[in-house]
Ligand binder design. Sequence first.
Ligand code: NAD
Length: 364
Amino acid sequence: MKKTFNLAVLPGDGIGPEVMREGYKILNILKKKCFINFNIHEYDIGGIAIDKFGSALPKSTLLGCERSNAILLGSVGGPKWKHFPDDEQPERGALLPLRKYFNLFANIRPSVLYSELKSLSPLRHTVIHSDINILCIRELTGGIYFGKSGRKYNKNNKKYAFDTEKYYESEIERIAHLAFRIANTRKKKIVSIDKANVLSSSKLWREVVDNVSKLYPHIEVSHLYIDNAVMQIIKNPSQFDIILCSNLFGDIISDECAAITGSIGMLASASLNEKNFGLYEPAGGSAPDIQGKNIANPIAQILSIALLLRYSMGLFELSDAIYESVKKTLKMGYRTFDIIDNQNDYITTSHMGDIISNTLIKEI
Ligand code: NAD
């Protein structure tokens, strides 16, 4: 009998449960057709968990995740819980502690511009003539977001604020190793982003990436300053394969890459720890403006399952098959509301899930 893979499913709020329903269709196909022994348990997280248990991340959810090999998340948050104190709100109260608890130090975000959706990109056709497939690998648990920060008064009673960027060599090493290992499965090319002409933390970043690169001589590595990198991504995105960056720079760059692809509803992300335990989720939020209308794009949720297969289960071919099914579905002209162009009508969330599922069944 095949080994059981315990999966914690956390649909969350807003469109989370709607797109997760489509995710379940894919999981069921993988179970039935590929005999993957998923042992799935569903838990509450975010606003719905506040309503039921008084906490955005109840103990039962955390325990369930702990007993699992990976987490598949929908999204959390919404106007209903906006009046809660910052730390108790769905995002701050659930996602940050979850990332911290499982030490998810690496965030991986693929930005793929499908040829069928090129008209949605804000970039000119002459710039996006070739395929765009960028994998942004961002350090997630260190750097300026976790350094000392605060507000003070100097001796002349002038108010100031400060934030501190601090990186341990070991923190840079582990994300660099991960990037090199992933590069091995792609185009063997990494661009590392920093500001080494000014920042000490960036100087160490560059030094460590160079040192780690000596262990992977077949991977090409180059460095760009952040200011140049944001320009290069707009001018010629096809030149990039893997972009490796710190927490702060990754926050900015991953959104820039996302914008090039047209819709947030297409983007999935993975956050990993050192044991390949991962949290897989759409990059977007709970989209309260379209909640309950059956028009949300389920592709990001479906592709987060493709990332789960790749990064926590090592099932590369099945992961590629999901990407291929999405691509074929788009090629056939099916579009949800957010990716519609002049030539197509839009279909519902559930219809999109059905078409991708049927395509996947033929693909595997
Ligand atoms: P959002 O990502 O929810 O929505 C931004 C825009 O993108 C909206 O117009 C929305 O309709 C659209 N959109 C998002 N996902 C889509 C999809 N799958 N298909 C079609 N359109 C989609 O961001 P926001 O409006 O700033 O935040 C709404 C709530 O989500 C807030 O409470 C915020 O805190 C929360 N949030 C949660 C997460 C998360 O769970 N990881 C991430 C970001 C925001």
